[in-house]
Write a protein that binds this ligand. Structure first.
Ligand SMILES: *Cc1c(COP(=O)(O)O)cnc(C)c1O
Length: 371
């Protein structure tokens, strides 16, 4: 039998967990419950008193993601709504936060523009330095691994051990890996967030996010934040995330396998100056990634000579959508410098999709040959 914590076991729980609560004649899929009001005679003590407090469709997707995380899970209408909820749950007045300087840009802007004015102090350091950096005096260590867009990796277990010894909390943004490829809470993180807009829902048709933790007091604060701030997902969006999630393992298997062979193609191709992929044996992320990740993922960083070559690669390749974001079923790519990220002008973040592997490889190889 599969180990209780293996990805296979968790995926089986995710796919079959609903069976336990199904009555005869009920649908295998969760209903989309469009409810602002629920019948509530007498004392207001039911689990569903009002639409902003809870919703049966949220509960279904939370149970499914919770099976993957092996932890209590609360869903949100976007990744940033989940990030905000985790910050609100973890931070006290004048808290000090250690933050990656090369992680998701919007998290840094959110702290700068809204949290810092309430006395929260942030220190930014590169993800590559995170494992070794002193953590004394920080109330929260926020990490993102692999980092987006640079694909550096830090050691979650080591950071959690050191931060806990110094009295702080660790939150991991696990968007790039998803909980199937990287069990952040099992590695010691106190709380984890994900933009499920990316690979978890996976079809580029919904914004969604979640927060998970095994710390009941933290989750109480996360739940209260959702209820009081009104940061609530629509039931139809919750259903789309649920539906996408059902094929996560299947999609990731194809995406990661194609990414591994494409990373080798880029690595050996003369049109490419540099490649970042945590699965390449000489990548700076390889050692830690191979310990803490089940697979090295589906995002590849490819550096071309300059902006023009990078743009030509993206627009000429018929198997690549020119689009921001990542984790969808269609391969997509963009030059991250166009957003002002601190990467070379020719740096392309490629999100490998679910196309037939050989057709995708051939299309990309063909385009590389024209550069
Ligand atoms: C996209 C992303 C987010 C924000 O998610 P949204 O769903 O767009 O709000 C947060 N963190 C990381 C690492 C992301 O890639």
């Amino acid at each position: 039998m599969a180990d209780q914590n293996s990805p296979d076991r968790r995926m089986m729980d995710l796919l079959h967990g609903r069976a336990a609560e199904l009555g005869k004649g009920e649908s295998l899929t969760p209903p989309i419950v469009n409810a602002a009001k629920y019948a509530l005679p007498g004392a207001p003590d039911h689990a569903f008193p009002y639409g902003r407090f809870d919703n049966p469709t949220w509960k279904s997707v939370e149970a499914a993601i919770g099976a993957l995380e092996d932890a209590e899970t609360i869903c949100f209408p976007s990744g940033m709504a989940a990030v905000t909820a985790a910050l609100m749950a973890c931070l006290k007045p004048a808290a000090k936060v250690l933050l990656p300087s090369d992680g998701y840009y919007t998290v840094r802007v959110l702290l700068d523009e809204f949290f810092n004015q309430h006395g929260i102090e942030t220190t930014e350091i590169p993800t590559a330095d995170m494992t070794e950096h002193p953590v004394d005096g920080y109330d929260l260590v926020w990490i993102e691994t692999p980092s987006n867009p640079g694909l550096d990796v830090c050691d979650i277990a080591t950071i959690a051990r050191r931060t806990h010894a110094a009295g702080g909390l660790v939150c991991v943004d696990n968007t790039t890996a998803t909980p199937l490829l990287q069990g952040t809470l099992g590695l010691g993180a106190d709380i984890t967030v994900s933009s499920d807009t990316k690979a978890l829902a996976g079809h580029s048709d919904v914004l969604f996010g979640h927060v998970s933790s095994r710390d009941a007091a933290l989750m109480e604060r996360v739940r209260n934040w959702r209820k009081l701030s009104g940061s609530t997902p629509g039931p139809a969006e919750a259903y789309l995330a649920y539906r996408g999630l059902m094929t996560l393992e299947l999609r990731l298997a194809r995406m990661c396998e194609s990414a591994a062979s494409l990373a080798n193609l880029f690595y050996s191709h003369k049109a490419v100056q540099a490649v970042r992929y945590p699965g390449l044996a000489n990548d700076p992320s390889f050692k830690v990634a191979s310990i803490q990740m089940a697979k090295p993922g589906f995002v590849i960083g490819v550096t071309f000579a300059d902006e023009a070559t990078a743009e030509k690669f993206i627009t000429d390749c018929p198997a690549i959508f020119a689009a921001t974001s990542f984790g969808g079923i269609q391969t997509s790519a963009e030059r991250r410098a166009r957003w002002g990220d601190a990467v070379p002008e020719g740096y392309v973040r490629l999100s490998v999709g679910c196309e037939p592997a050989e057709a995708l490889f051939a299309a990309i190889e063909q385009t590389l040959g024209t550069l």
